[in-house]
Write a protein that binds this ligand. Structure first.
Ligand code: EPU
Length: 337
């Protein structure tokens, strides 16, 4: 375990490229390293692709760098135990090469394996929770290891138990997946079906191409993917929007509710491709807020608030961030900013 200097630079550890610092930073290379963590003020971080630091963080950042990987073939399934610090896309690439299928629709989703279950990462009709068998963690408060079976992870849209208070001290060490050894394409998401997609590799390549056409590459443009969640609304709200725009994208959700496309709402509210100070929205996908270069956290927040106001004014719908917001003492809430 490597201890860094007093002020730990976070610029390379957040894909929004905010120039922020933490008091300290530790790379966790093995689960055993976690026994040595002796502070109560910590933030667990993967590759920083789903956070907006709104300030310097006055504690220790624990960076998940557990990278071991075991793949076993049992019956018709591959049982995979993947270290939380592995990049999700590297894992998917390896799985597709090995004939372990199911996660290919999540190709090119940024972030680590350990972060994936936290917000139940999803794209193109697949959520990571669909293929998780269990999640292993180390509780930094009790110093004990634990494991949750899928049913106890409470996976829903962009949510799981790992986002709740009970899990605040849980560091995800390994994720166990169960993946079929036969390829069955999942084309439930409109737009990915098509000629020639007979293999997981072909689906993976298509999704990588789709994502790179729509989404900015954080290597070049600071961003954290979708900034807001797709809002869940009732039928009256849907009817009011459909009365204005018959073609509004609406997806049935659970319990008689509906999911709207936040990117579409932002676009129709006139906010696609806009720039305010050094913050902007992506030209090809309005749901992605971008750092146009040297943006401060306050500029991203101001743009986000402006978008929320515009969407509320036009559609009477509230948007809430999908990214986690981190202030000087830890997670903060949009309503309080
Ligand atoms: N749309 C517009 N204008 C825009 C953006 C979108 O009209 O500027 C329309 C699209 O044409 C489409 C609909 O809105 O009809 C939905 O857009 P898209 O298919 O791009 O998907 P999304 O709902 O905006 C979600 C996830 C993405 C994921 C894609 C594909 C959320 C918050 N976002 O986006 O996840 O890649 O579906 O499955 O659920 C992420 O979480 O960071 C992320 C990128």
């Amino acid at each position: 375990m490597k201890e860094s200097k007093a002020m730990f630079d976070l610029e390379k550890h957040n894909t929004f490229k905010m120039k922020v610092k933490a008091k300290n930073g530790l790379f966790i290379n093995t689960a055993e390293d976690l026994n040595k963590v002796d502070t109560d003020k910590y933030l667990i971080l993967g590759s920083g692709s789903d956070v907006l630091f709104v300030d310097d963080y006055e504690g220790t950042v624990l960076i998940n760098a557990i990278k071991s990987l075991e793949i076993k073939h049992e019956g018709n399934f591959y049982k995979v135990r993947a270290g939380g610090g592995i990049l999700l896309d590297s894992l998917i690439s390896e799985l597709v090469d090995n004939g372990a299928y199911g996660l290919e629709n999540l190709s090119a989703v940024p972030g680590t394996v350990g972060a994936a279950p936290v917000q139940n990462v999803g794209a193109y009709g697949v959520e990571v929770g669909d293929y998780i068998e269990s999640v292993e963690f180390f509780d930094l408060r009790t110093k004990e290891s634990g494991r949750l079976l899928k049913k106890d992870c409470l996976f829903t849209y962009r949510h799981s138990i790992f986002k709740e208070d009970i899990a605040k001290s849980w560091f995800i060490t390994y994720v166990n997946f169960s993946l079929p050894d036969t390829f069955t394409p999942n084309f439930t998401y409109k737009g990915i079906e098509g000629e020639g997609l007979f293999s997981a590799k072909a689906v993976r390549d298509k999704i990588i191409a789709l994502r790179s056409a729509k989404l900015p590459d954080p290597k070049f443009v600071g961003n954290a993917g979708s900034f807001f969640k797709n809002p869940i609304v009732n039928k009256e709200t849907v009817d009011a929007i459909k009365a204005q725009y018959q073609d509004a994208p609406v997806y049935p959700f659970e319990n008689g509710l509906y999911k709207l496309a936040a990117g579409w709402l932002i676009d129709k509210a006139g906010c696609r491709g806009i720039t305010k100070d050094n913050a902007g929205t992506w030209e090809h996908q309005a749901l992605v807020l971008v750092n146009r270069g040297g943006a401060k956290p306050s500029e991203i927040i101001a743009l986000g608030k402006y978008i929320c106001a515009k969407v509320k004014e036009k559609f009477a719908v509230d948007l809430y961030p999908e990214v986690r917001l981190i202030g000087k003492d830890g997670e903060v809430f949009w309503q309080d900013l």
